[in-house]
Design a protein around this ligand. Sequence first.
Ligand SMILES: [Zn+2]
Length: 456
Amino acid sequence: MKDDFQLQLLKKALLEDDSLFWKKRELQTFKQIKQELTVYGNIILKGSQIVIPSKLQKNIIRLAHKGHQGLVKTKQLVRTKVWFPNINKMVEEVVKSCTACQAVTPYNQRNPIQTYPTSTHPLECLDVDYAGPFPDGKYYFIMVDDFSKFPFVKKVPSTNFKQLKPVLDETFALFGLPKELKSDNGPPFNGYELKEYLSSLNIKHHLITPRWPEANGRTERFVKTFKKALLCATINSNNPDAEIQEFLINYRSTPHSTTNCPPYQIMFNREINNFLPTLKNKTFHEYNPQTDIDNRRKQNERANRKRRTFEHRLQLGQKVLCKQQKKNSLTPLFDPDPYTITRITGSQIEARRREKVIVRNSSFFKPHHSAQSPRPEYHPSTSLAPSRSSQSEQTRAPFPTTPPRSTAPATAPLRQDNTEDKVNSPPNQRVETPTGRRPQRDRKPPSKLRDYLVEL
Ligand SMILES: [Zn+2]
């Protein structure tokens, strides 16, 4: 406390109780609580809490945040022993900017699902995907026609293009060439050979956002149904492949949830015989493609309401954490090493970290609140004198600089961080803080603190 101008002043004010002291700007935050303050040797107490000098405040909070308890618990812990003006705000600031905590806490931004117009006739667009690998090491290649929801399924030994080509050849020979093939851009679909093959047939290859099955929802949903059928087939039968064909007959005969019409009927414009007895031409009805669009819109709206989706508010240049795949039960939800957003196309976000560039749906990202947002930088006031003398120490901490700064992250964390990053940081990662104000590492906070407590 000896070198803290503000507390020295406060000590004098308390000991001498001179009203002139209490008029000083630096003591305004203490004025209302002066009845609770006592001088005890070299320190000042508020009740039984030690009043902490400004330059130790952040370190105290970091000590209380050891073990990464949440905001409320950290606040409670800090306040069991110490006090200083705006203590809650500063705890919020420190805890919210803790990268470890940010990496492990969930963030549920999901964009509303859009209803895009469907194809206008069968085989215009095929959604494709693989299911597997299954215990025998094989995969099922799955295509779902966008218009009719008619599924094609073929067992393949691997996801290699060599295995895929005959399947595509056969399907296209039977049903004609599609205009478009939609897939994710994972390894089986991002190869050069498939690209060449499709372009030689004048088929457009539509690549959807990786790891975002929603964009390929139809195939995803069918894959789920298919997997269940496969599972039952393996339990029930010693010829699962035959059972899969039976499943396909029934699936293609069943009215689809969005078209209200059996895929068979839309695909071939006639009734198909299945395992059930039928009266000829009695169950056929005209199909109106608008039904599909209307039903999908309704389904999407319901899903959006249920999942409380909202548009992302990410911005170019913003620092973000990206969700990562779990390797084990201790893998944090988010990769703690932040990325910077380099491109935004609707809900598709491209982000870079050094040489690595990733493309993900916006729901994979959460804004990263940087710990390296030095307090005084919020206010380009005279207190930002370049010198590290005790003069600047005195002017940095006192009352006027604290309240506006600390209210900012609490009320509008996201925007504040944006502007702050844009203004203060170079485009790439900051290793050190930009101004000369902060390098105070030689101070060794814990031992200093111990000294400080010893004086008790
Ligand atoms: Zn933490």
